[in-house]
Design a protein around this ligand. Structure first.
Ligand code: MLT
Ligand code: ZN
Length: 387
């Protein structure tokens, strides 16, 4: 997404792939302790067999490592329900630049003793230390999961459907994702997926996770009746069967893959006030005109997170010039974030200043100098190049 793990100049690449052991799992609390190289999907399977789920899930689950997830503070599809890794990671072990092993691999829910050092490493993209093990709190596996895939006639209806959803499904709501018609075109065209609903300007995917299937179905039906009869939703389908649920999620999860088959992709991952989230997409379509192949908006609407992606036949300096710094300025004017969940890596490190004041940037630089005086940990990433 941002080149956070991509070597660019003279780096030595370090892989934790062989550190792939689960160290312990506590059946009562749901606390998992494991090495950094465990693949997220393997961990999901491990805890699901024991009646729990990982608090994070993302499209790359089959290949991404938990150490990388924590180092990049990955957001993903369960954020709305279980929150950020800053809350669910209970402890970690990291190797510092001088070789010191920092053992903060606590499994305690509460530990108010001094600075919470693990937080420094969560989202630091490997620039302050190498995470070698983590302990993470897994919630109980929901007994009933349903997914509704709906078509909405406009973005205002997507927002109103979200409000209705929070009101009627509140405690069982576990995801509220949206995608526009161009995203649907891309996944059907490039990946040969089939849309389960009539063509619409917008689509939303709603997931509920609860403890009683009958109770959840009743609530979901009430909600659907309301949004369909009021015209907020024009067509929809619901799945509870595991394979059908997976197929509906694929439409949303695989947008990124479909985009990569469309041409050169300019990727932006923004936090914006939810009600203005789509204005930027519409604005850019007009601004770029025929220079862009597609300008699409999708993402974790429930978290106020827009994935704005633009494709063109090949890389074009003129398209880039029309996008940047415009997108960042637009975001800063809304007090948004220029990286909601993808981090800064190599590509976005220069734009940190749009989301953080100079004092915060300065303190980050001081922390980096303290923990990595020789600049050997993921160099050229996260922080702007020093003048
Ligand atoms: C997603 O939510 O699909 C990813 O975070 C964004 C992307 O892959 O572009
Ligand atoms: Zn995302």
């Amino acid at each position: 997404m941002v080149g956070g793990s991509v070597p660019v100049f003279d780096e030595v690449i370090l892989s934790t792939a062989l550190m792939n052991q689960v160290i312990s799992f506590h059946d009562m609390s749901g606390t998992l302790v494991c090495q950094a190289g465990c693949v997220l999907e393997d961990l999901s399977r491990h805890v699901e067999e024991r009646g729990f789920v990982m608090p994070l899930d993302l499209g790359a689950k089959g290949s991404c490592h938990i150490g990388g997830n924590v180092a990049t503070n990955a957001g993903g599809l369960r954020f709305l329900r279980y929150g950020s890794l800053h809350g669910t990671v209970l402890g970690l072990e990291a190797v510092l630049a001088d070789g010191t092993v920092l053992n903060c691999l606590s499994t305690l829910r509460k530990d108010n003793t001094g600075y919470d050092l693990k937080q420094l490493f969560i989202g630091s993209e490997g620039t302050l230390g190498v995470i070698t093990a983590v302990s993470i709190l897994c919630p109980p596996k929901p007994r009933a999961v349903s997914v509704a895939f709906l078509g909405c006639p406009g973005f205002s209806e997507v927002l109103q459907t979200f409000s209705t959803c929070k009101g009627l499904l509140g405690e069982i709501l576990s995801a509220y994702e949206f995608m526009d018609a161009e995203c649907m075109w891309l996944v059907t065209r490039h990946l040969r997926l089939t849309s389960p609903v009539q063509e619409s300007p917008f689509y939303v995917l709603i997931e509920t996770s609860g403890s009683r299937a009958g109770h959840d179905a009743e609530k979901l039906n009430d909600f659907l009746e309301q949004v369909l009869s009021s015209g907020l939703v024009t067509d929809g389908t619901v799945a509870t069967d595991h394979m059908k649920v997976k197929a509906l999620w694929a439409l949303r999860e695989r947008i990124s893959e479909a985009l990569s088959r469309d041409g050169y992709v300019y990727k932006y991952d923004l936090s914006l006030p939810t009600e203005r989230l789509y204005d930027l997409v519409t604005d850019l379509r007009a601004r770029l005109g025929p220079r862009a192949k597609h300008v699409v908006g999708y993402g974790h609407l429930g978290d106020g997170n827009l994935h704005l992606n633009v494709t063109s036949e090949a890389f074009s300096p003129s398209v880039l010039g029309a996008l940047e710094p415009y997108v960042y300025e637009w975001t800063a004017e809304q007090q948004g974030s220029v990286s909601a969940e993808h981090g800064l890596g190599f590509k976005k490190r220069g734009v940190l200043g749009y989301s953080k004041p100079p004092e915060a940037l300065h303190l980050m630089q001081q922390l980096k100098a303290l923990l990595d005086p020789k600049g050997i940990l993921n160099p050229y990433k996260t922080l702007p190049a020093q003048a």
